[in-house]
Write a protein of this length. Sequence first.
Length: 120
Amino acid sequence: MKKKIKKFLSRFVPKGALKERIKQFYYNLLSKTDTSFGISTHPDNGITLYETKYRGLTFTTLDPLYTISEDFDFYQNFYKVHSGDVIMDAGANSGYISLLFSKLAGTKGKVYAFEPAAEH
C-alpha cells in the first residue's frame, strides 16, 4: 500500500513543499497517538526543517523521520534508556536513534555513536 501511494505521488506531484505536506498528512494519519510530524522553514536561510514529536520529545532535523520514528519503539523493547545512562550505538547510520537515546539519557548521560560505513 505504501509503495503504491509513493509511486502515485512521484508520478503526479512534483518534488517540493506540496509533496512533503501530502506525505506529512499521510504519516500523521498512520502514526501512533504519541507521534506527530510537522514541517517548517528556517527563518534565516529558508531551509526546510522537519519536526517530529515523539512521547513528549521534539526532534528538529533536516530529514523527515516518518519511517524512522517506528524504530524508536523497536529499540526501546530491548532496553529502556534512563536518565544518566551511558549508551554505545555501534552502527549508528545517520544517528537518528542516537538522537533519541541522547534525549532520553539527558544531560547526565552520554551517547557514543559511530558508523563504520563511509556512506552514512
